[in-house]
Write a protein that binds this ligand. Sequence first.
Ligand code: GDP
Length: 455
Amino acid sequence: EEDLALVERGELGLEDLQEQETRPVVAVVGRPNVGKSSLVNRVLGRREAVVEDVPGVTRDRVAYDAEWSGRRFTVVDTGGWEVDATGIHLRVAEQAEVAVELADVVVFVVDATVGATDTDEQVVRLLRRSGKPVVLAANKVDNQAQEAEAAMLWSLGLGQPWPVSALHGRGSGDVLDAVLAVLPERSSVIGAYPRGGPRRVALLGRPNVGKSSLLNKLAGTERVVVDNVAGTTRDPVDELIELGGKTWRFVDTAGIRRRVHQTRGADFYASLRTQAALEKAEVAVVLIDVSESIAEQDIRVIQQVVDSGRALVVGYNKWDMMDEERQYYLEREIERELVQITWAPRVNISATTGRAVHKLVPALETALDSWDRRIPTGRLNAFLGEVVAGHPHPVRSGKQPRILFATQASTRPPKFVIFASGFIEAGYRRFLERRLREQFGFEGSPIEISVRVRE
Ligand code: GDP
């Protein structure tokens, strides 16, 4: 919001805004107490700017703005979460995994005075699998005499260990230089740590459902076109549109306004374009033409949104053509075809008359709130404890898996990890998801539950 005001006053160019959105991400991972946070503070100097401070019992990841040698990037600190005494290895790996997935470069911090531990080895395997560039920081090397200890960490097979003393600052410049050497110009994980710019919306649906009409209705004449990358085949165009007192970024609108030629393979290209728009978006509005039956193609677009993990609002368009009989059949079709997204907010609109179009913004906000939502670990486990006590997993061949612990590993969309003592049946997982939604809502957002079996 503030950034946009700056853009409008000419104090911040659109290029700057884009630079912010594509700023590369550096994740700092490692065991608790190896000095990750001290190193992050060292990198930041005093000018700390929290990008995303996640509230809750466990502070899983915190992102900051950072700058070194004229390069700007986001630093993600994975330190500061409470260590579960019985599950330390798993939890470290879990947190590291998410942070690594959302990073362009990883700084792996090892305590040189302790040397490589089993947990460190475990993280190394994960880092290798990720294929991301890794800079190995051998921390707590407070003086030259200790540098031999850092050299021992060559054994991890991650290349040169950079001796550093996060506490005194010794060597931290070298670590940063090593990071810059492998840091890409633009992030490949755009949107993982948003810069507080306008929320990004994809307007989707099969041809003729009314996307272009709705976009025109919403944008009126005051549309601002950004991102006009001329000469590329995809030619993405984003538009900044003011709705409900806020600016929204409608992504990839070129294909909506300019009719794409309907030729052979059009379906394939349509789905590719949908995918491209989803990559850039945080929330999708899928339009359905109520004057026709819900089609295979409508379901496919919705499925793409769910699979991409984006928030979802469904717009039933051309409602001005609705009559009693058609509505009867439509409701049956929705019950039959769209049961898997009963959680998505629904708005019955008319792009041509403008009917209920103002209801889109609250629906988008609800969906995005859910998408961003984090349930504190304490609340989550208290709730799960009750659910499981009232309705335990069925006994199979004399065995009954127990739910040990759960945590929300990430947001956007919310992802939960449940640790169990044995295999959890699909039916029971669905039951847990249903209860989770009943308790916490998540209207408009897909949620994901994965189970880790611990012997
Ligand atoms: P797109 O291919 O999804 O962008 O669809 P368009 O916006 O081009 O609309 C396809 C056709 O449906 C056009 O003839 C529009 O005038 C018509 N249309 C779009 N929205 C509505 C609506 O709400 N009511 C009615 N009656 N017609 C609509």
